[in-house]
Design a protein around this ligand. Sequence first.
Ligand SMILES: CC(C)(COP(=O)(O)OP(=O)(O)OC[C@H]1O[C@@H](n2cnc3c(N)ncnc32)[C@H](O)[C@@H]1OP(=O)(O)O)[C@@H](O)C(=O)NCCC(=O)NCCS
Length: 431
Amino acid sequence: MNTTPLQGIKVVDFTNVQSGPSCTQLLAWLGADVVKIERPGTGDATRNELQFDPDCPSYYFLQLNSNKKSLTLDAATPDGKEILTKLIKGCDIFVENLHPGAMDKLGFGWEAVHQLNPRCIYGTIKGFPVTSKYANLKAYEPVAQVTAAAASTTGWYEGEYNIPTQSGAALGDSNTGMHLTIGLLAALQQRERTGEGCYVYQSMHNACLNLCRIKTRDQLTLDRIGYLTQFMQYPNEKFPDYVPRSGNTEGSGVLGWTYKCKGWETDPNAYAYIIFQRGAKDFELACKAFGFEDWLTNPDFNTADARDRHKQQLIDRVQAWAIDKTKFEVTDILSKAGVPVAPVLNTKEIMTDESLYDGNTLVRINQGGKVGEFVTVGVPFTMSNYQPTYGPCPTLGGNNEEVLKGLGYTDAQIAEFDKNGTTAPLANGKM
Ligand SMILES: CC(C)(COP(=O)(O)OP(=O)(O)OC[C@H]1O[C@@H](n2cnc3c(N)ncnc32)[C@H](O)[C@@H]1OP(=O)(O)O)[C@@H](O)C(=O)NCCC(=O)NCCS
């Protein structure tokens, strides 16, 4: 039996940069037939952004467009509109992430596409929910992070670096693409019953805020009692009336912190994250592993609430224990004792860990040519009966002939589209 989840699902991908392409790449890896529409001559902006070689597409583009087909198309020309109309009539999902209003201006907004093909599901990414006062803003990653409480709650809470800080994780971009994917898969399932496609509107703000849910939990608590026991600021400092930055505090009620390990003078990531769970049994395991058995009978430490009140002393003592051990030794000792712990890993350490090349976590894709092999992050879940295959990215317009012939166009028409500015830039440089 063919277990490819999205076998036979046709996607017209009018997305650029990271948020939209991360969604359509996942659909492609799940087996959908994805045709990426790119502007003639230039293509997706990421093709030429952050390049390692002027003759090669950047890793930015390569990591987001595997397994897709590329059709260059100026959707503003009469022929371009006709081609796009034909594609839409035969597709299951149309996805776009142009700036607000742009798709309507091109004549392919939700209502128009729904009229052309009522079964087509329409996915769209914008910066903000339609009701937001920021709904018309153009949006990039930091715009989402700064407006969804990610930046205001991330980073240090005192000193020179007490400034709103962006997460290295793409909470506004790839995270939005993943959220949209959930919406599109739900819409596909819904269409099974209704026979009709729906409009899936995904804002970067919603996707980012969804991951900041626990910060809204903290706001509710703060509004009630005026402090947050898990924060380092508790119990010694006054809390503002909004959730402050929490440094490296754990997001739940357990007591977690980042500890400096051997080698920190030269390696800025020589740290381990260690967690004290709340239960008495877990605390006993931890005390034995550290050799802190005296805490088992010390009322300042032998309950979770007491530890919250004396967390600075706890951290100081664990820090003194960790400082002469490497982050890997710390991890080894504590994990064997059942204490939640992990080394802080840098990108090099992750990407050279062969155990992660398990067919999904990190994957090597052979792009061929001057690019050769590159590494990317695969489908972020595994399915017991489906293994994705990871293919190369398309060259700009590399599938024009295949796609256009599939729509019934002749060689002569395809040559004419190249000349009249539909699939290639006009000779005079005009678009
Ligand atoms: C990312 C973003 C800020 C870039 O904005 P931008 O520089 O204006 O670029 P866009 O790709 O949106 O559109 C530029 C123009 O190209 C046009 N265009 C793009 N592809 C086209 C095509 N194949 N054929 C014809 N026109 C095309 C658009 O219609 C638009 O025209 P207009 O300005 O006359 O309306 C904006 O697209 C945006 O806010 N998107 C929504 C949020 C998002 O996904 N952000 C990206 C995060 S990675």
